[in-house]
Design a protein around this ligand. Sequence first.
Ligand code: ADP
Length: 632
Amino acid sequence: MAAEKFEFQAEVKQLLDLMIHSLYSNRDVFLRELISNASDACDRLRFEGLTDSDLLPDEPFAVNIHVDPEARVLSVSDNGIGMSREEVVHNIGTIAKSGTAEFLRSLSKAGDPKVSLELIGQFGVGFYASFMVADEVSVLTRKAGEIEATRWTSSGDGSYEIEATERDSAGTTIQLKLKAAEGDDAIADYTDEWLLRQIVKRFSDFVAYPIHLKVEGADPPSSTEPLNSMKAIWRRPENEVSEEEYAEFYKHIAHDWNEPLLHLATRIEGNFEARALLYLPSLAPFDLYHREMAHRGIQLYVKRVFIMDECRELMPEYLRFAKGVVDAEDLSLNVSREMLQQSAQIAVIRKHLVKKTLDALTELKESDREKYQGFWAQFGPVIKEGLLDLSQKRERILELVLCESTAVEGGFTSIAEAIARMPEDREVIYYLTGPSREHLVNSPHVEAFVDRNIEVLLFTDHVDEIWLEQNPPEFAGKKFQSVLKGEIDLGSAAEKERDETKREKDAAEFKQLLDALRAGVQDHVKEVRVSNRLTSSPACLVIDEGDLSPQISELLRRSGQKVPDVKPILEINPAHPLLLKLKAVCDADSVDPRLADYATLLFGQAMLAEGGQLEDPAAFSRRIAELMLDTL
Ligand code: ADP
């Protein structure tokens, strides 16, 4: 059958363009990517073979690198699972990851090639890296259990060809027509035996299958010894494994090109045995927040035999960015996903891994705050998702939380640090949530707190509104209290009493004005009352204790839930000159029509001050314009 020509999906085209035109550093990784894919393919066939031994190859699993220096051709072959024609089209011609298009847009904006490499590494482009070193790439593959083979060929210029062909046995051969070794952007000579050995040793030593190298016409002939030691890195004593080896293994399993933040090797002993090697990435993958994110997550091995990628049972969602390997001694090799969900052993391992991960992060927070802050900026919002789950140890998670604070300029605080700064007898931790620090520190609600030197924690991630509003946790016996909510009593008992007496006095004095204002905005607010929290703003809106905050109502509404219509309370500042003037107007004539207008304006500007939206912005600005005119 003749070859058929196909266009790449637009995203693939863009990615190939980037690979070919803007990545010049660290091209060696193409080989690591090909070997990783080959080793994954062997893993998968070995696993299939557990239930259907007919699928297994006659020869032991292996990865073979073949080089013809004269023709400048390098190929990587495996006798793994192979691909059907449909799989080739799907796996190699398209990128089925959600968010790819937006990710690529941000990449091409970044412009700087070095930045791009880092970012592209997060994306995990694997196979396409071949186009950094080759003018033409072909894939010859036959799926285990099938007869027909498929050849895929492309020169990375927007299209590829596919034809049916033959292959002696199942497996895949990726063949690269290498670019010239010399050139403007000096590509290393990937036909050089010494260089290839070095790259394999460095990147792929732990691969579980022998990697052989054959160089055509080499003199003396290439050795038949494998290039890699094949030692499972998680079974080697920790002090014998170098940091670089750990890092390379991470890149292999995580398909991430960046260094990991940290690794932790751990063992579970007792009724059963398991070992784990976990990693935390330094940079968040681009699809961390996409629901169908391909968590490469944790791989499960049983007695060194690969069982599955992405074993989600081994980590809770809020730690979904952790990568690594778990090798259990006493599970059945035929364990299925369903069995995993019920396995008591898996539950114990998971608990152990969660504890180790949280311990390691707590440790990092104490020992290297700067590094930890970098980590938190990337993954904090995901970790905080754990606070929504009441079955988690929320206090442990809260220990890890960093946030901004009115008491800390240009930095972060932990909750424990905030508690250490507050008087012992204060029972609550005050907080406010919103889109950014700037937004929050200028909020009228924070005023009274800042004036009295009372710290307010500022939470600026979406998830914060949810965990703080629905089932807020306690920390060290202290409750979280929003500065937006309820009546606030600040200061000592004596101060409180003084405040309360003053407020009662104000309320009595302002009664007539309060009534007049209430009449003006009764459709929009629950109540108008005198505030003791404001110092420089004339008015603010507060939420009654027990009512949903506007942000939460909005979130719930957007997710399709029915939310009761909650009206806020308008609090006015009795010491503000504007209110004093209004009081004078009201005292002179309690039905002066300007009072209702001013009530609407006060309500409107209080709404704007907290970043809310006006129901009728046009009417509001008309009133302002009239007012401006009047005062000229
Ligand atoms: P990734 O490995 O990160 O998924 P790649 O672009 O490297 O991305 O590969 C895409 C897919 O193509 C792989 O997920 C796998 O399904 C398939 N594939 C690549 N190489 C091989 C191979 N040697 N054998 C079988 N399948 C392969």
